[in-house]
Design a protein around this ligand. Structure first.
Ligand code: NAD
Length: 269
């Protein structure tokens, strides 16, 4: 069913985004990769993904903190494929500091990447989805979209904001009529909320913890999991890939505005 759908996964050169790209490639989607990456690694990512999907794989290196680069990326996608059918807003960044010591520039960058870029990618994607009568918007929020942690004010604010944005868009697409068929369109907007996933974004935090608390990396990793995630295991990136594929699949047109939590029990405590 997803064969040759055009999937843009932001921040897909690493971590969760890459796993989602791999999962959508297994469904034979066309894949648009985005994110920062050196040339050698990028060539190997494109080649690996091209071996998985029967669709095309292209790379768009837009810096999502720059609105004009996002517009240019969509122009390029329009020329190549006509538009985006599956939009996975995954790119995100973290910075940890108490709010009275939080660098203003870091705050601005986190708002810009984690939230404002999503406004832009959604507004650029929707016209094509409405034209085709089908679309899936999946926003990678976080357990921090549901609960807070000290030291993560900007991240928590953006992830809560992302869940709000997901719901607002869901209402806007819920009852849009397809003028060609006179029937409701099948466009949905949902969020997924991972707990800890062992990616570079979290590895940085573990290294910082180990340094500050003068403990080993492995001990810091265990402490990090024990503090929040009752399962004491990391969520696996391919599990988030499978959830994304599910939300893109058949019989999901009435899942709209939902936040799917996959956090080993973190937020039920
Ligand atoms: P990661 O650091 O492995 O990957 C981040 C990706 O975003 C990379 O591809 C990077 O190049 C890209 N990126 C960064 N800045 C960018 C920019 N300005 N423009 C374009 N691309 C940019 O991180 P990850 O852990 O895979 O995180 C992915 C998403 O998952 C983020 O939104 C994060 O908040 C969310 N998340 C992660 C965890 C976790 O435990 N790792 C938990 C909950 C939510």
């Amino acid at each position: 069913m997803l064969k040759h759908k055009v999937a843009l996964i932001t921040g897909s050169t690493s971590g969760i985004g890459l796993a989602i790209a791999q999962s959508l490639a297994k469904e034979d989607c066309h894949i648009v990769l985005n994110g920062f990456c050196d040339h050698m690694k990028l060539q190997s990512l494109i080649s690996d993904l091209s071996n998985i999907t029967r669709g095309k794989v292209i790379y768009q290196g837009a810096n999502l903190m720059i609105g004009d680069e996002i517009s240019e990326m969509f122009e390029n996608i329009r020329k190549e494929f006509g538009g985006v059918d599956i939009l996975v807003n995954n790119a995100g960044m973290q910075y940890v500091a108490p709010i009275d010591e939080f660098p203003v520039e870091k705050w601005d960058n986190i708002i810009s990447l984690n939230l404002t870029s999503v406004f832009h990618t959604i507004r650029h994607s929707l016209p094509n989805m409405k034209e085709k009568g089908w679309g899936r918007i999946i926003n990678v929020a976080s357990a921090h979209g549901v609960v807070a942690s000290a030291g993560k004010s900007a991240y928590v604010a953006t992830k809560h904001g992302l869940i709000g944005l997901t719901k607002a868009v869901a209402l806007e697409v819920a009852a849009v009529i397809n003028p060609k068929t006179n029937d409701y369109m099948d466009i949905t907007s949902n969020a997924i909320c991972p707990g800890w996933v062992l990616t570079p974004l979290v590895e940085d935090q573990i290294h910082k913890m180990a340094l500050e608390q003068k403990i080993s990396y492995d001990q810091a990793k265990l402490n990090l999991l024990s503090e929040k995630q009752p399962s004491k295991r990391f969520v696996q990136p391919d599990e988030l890939g499978a959830l994304t594929v599910f939300l893109c699949g058949e019989k999901t047109s009435q899942i709209n505005g939902a936040s799917y939590i996959m956090d080993g029990g973190w937020t039920i405590q």
